[in-house]
Design a protein around this ligand. Structure first.
Ligand SMILES: C[S@@+](CC[C@H](N)C(=O)[O-])C[C@H]1O[C@@H](n2cnc3c(N)ncnc32)[C@H](O)[C@@H]1O
Length: 291
C-alpha cells in the first residue's frame, strides 16, 4: 500500500518518546477501515479464495433474479474500497444487489439497467425517500453516451463529480439471456462482439470513476464448441487497455448461486469425463484501480 495513501493521525512526543494515541484513526483514502485496529477486522477478507457456504438472504435481499451476485461480495468490496456516503456506480444493476447493500452499509448507489420493467420493479425495493437521496436507478444502455450523461447528472445531484467505486457484473456472454434487446450484452452475435460491448461499458465506467478509486468485475467463463472460453481474462485485458491496473484476481466459489445443481450434477460429471474438461466451480471477482 502506498504511504501517500494513508491518513496517519496523532502521534505525540512525550519526553522525547513517540507515544501512539490509541484512539487515533488511520485509514486509507478509499476506506474507513481503521488500520490502527486492523486486528478487529476478522470478517474482512484479504485472501484470494472466497468461499461462501450460502447466499445471504437477510437485509432486503431476495433470490428471485436468475443471475444476481451474492450480497457478501458487495459487503466485502464496499468495506475495502468505499467510505461512508461514497457513491457506488453499478452499470449492470439487474435486481439491485449493489443498491440494497449500499443502503445497508450507509453508502449510496447509482444503478444503470437496460430492461425497463426490471428497473421499474427494482425501484419498489427502496423507499421513496431512498430513491431521492441514496439510490438512483437509470434505465439505459450502459454503453451509450446518454447513459453517461444521465449518470453525470445524478452524480451532480448527489454532490459528486465522479463515483467512488465501479461495480461491473455483466452477463457472462450468452450463458443467461436477459432480453432480446440488441444492446444487451447477453444477446451478442459473437463473443468478440460481447468483448467490444463490454469495453464500451467499461470505458464509460472509467470516465465516471474518481482517480485513485477501484472497480470490481464479477465474471465467469464459459464452454463453447468443446473449448473453455476465458471471458474473465479477456474482459480483464479490456479493463487494462482502458487504463485500469489489476489489483487482484479472486476466485469465488459458486455455492449459493447455482440453481438445481443436484439435478444436473451427474450429467455434468459424465460430460466432463467424456469431453475432457473440468466443471466450473468458481467465478472471478477482479479488482482494478484507476491510477
Ligand atoms: C449478471 S446481471 C447483473 C445482476 C446484478 N448484479 C444483481 O445482483 O442483480 C446483468 C444485467 O445486465 C443487464 N444488461 C445487459 N446489457 C446491458 C446494457 N447494455 N446496459 C445496461 N444493462 C445491461 C441485464 O439486463 C442484466 O440485468
Amino acid at each position: 500500500m502506498a504511504k501517500s495513501n494513508l491518513n496517519v493521525k496523532t502521534t505525540e512526543k512525550k519526553n522525547n518518546l513517540k507515544v501512539v494515541d490509541k484512539n487515533a484513526v488511520k485509514t486509507t483514502k478509499y476506506s474507513d477501515i481503521n488500520l490502527n485496529k486492523w486486528k478487529e477486522y476478522d470478517h474482512v477478507k484479504t485472501d484470494t479464495l472466497w468461499e461462501f457456504p450460502s447466499r445471504l438472504k437477510e437485509g432486503g435481499h431476495s433470490n428471485e433474479y436468475h443471475g444476481n451476485y451474492i450480497p457478501q461480495i458487495a459487503q466485502q468490496i464496499y468495506e475495502r474500497y468505499t467510505k461512508k456516503d461514497d457513491v457506488v456506480l453499478d452499470l449492470f444493476f439487474g435486481s439491485g444487489t449493489s443498491g440494497i447493500e449500499a443502503i445497508n452499509m450507509n453508502r449510496r448507489c447509482i444503478g444503470v439497467e437496460l430492461k425497463d420493467d426490471l428497473a421499474e420493479s427494482v425501484s419498489q425495493k427502496f423507499t421513496p425517500k431512498q430513491l431521492v437521496t441514496d439510490v438512483n436507478i437509470i434505465c439505459a444502455d450502459s454503453a451509450s453516451e446518454i447513459a453517461k450523461e444521465k449518470v453525470k447528472a445524478r452524480l451532480d445531484i448527489m454532490g459528486k463529480k465522479q463515483a467512488q467505486l465501479l461495480m461491473l457484473h455483466p452477463p457472462y456472454d450468452d450463458i443467461i439471456k436477459f432480453s432480446d434487446k440488441k444492446e444487451d450484452l447477453s444477446n451478442c452475435a459473437t463473443t468478440e462482439e460481447f468483448y467490444d460491448l463490454f469495453e464500451k461499458v467499461a470505458k464509460n465506467g472509467y470516465d465516471l470513476l474518481e482517480k485513485g478509486r477501484f472497480a470490481c468485475l464479477i465474471i465467469g467463463d464459459k464452454y463453447a464448441n468443446s473449448q473453455h472460453i476465458p471471458l474473465g481474462f479477456e474482459c480483464m485485458a479490456r479493463m487494462n487497455k482502458l487504463g485500469f491496473i489489476t489489483k487482484a484476481i479472486i476466485i469465488k466459489d459458486m455455492q449459493g448461486n447455482e440453481r438445481a445443481k443436484g439435478k444436473t450434477a451427474n450429467l455434468w460429471r459424465y460430460r466432463a469425463l467424456a469431453g475432457g474438461f473440468y466443471i466450473f466451480k468458481h467465478e472471478y471477482v477482479m479488482i482494478f484501480q484507476k491510477v
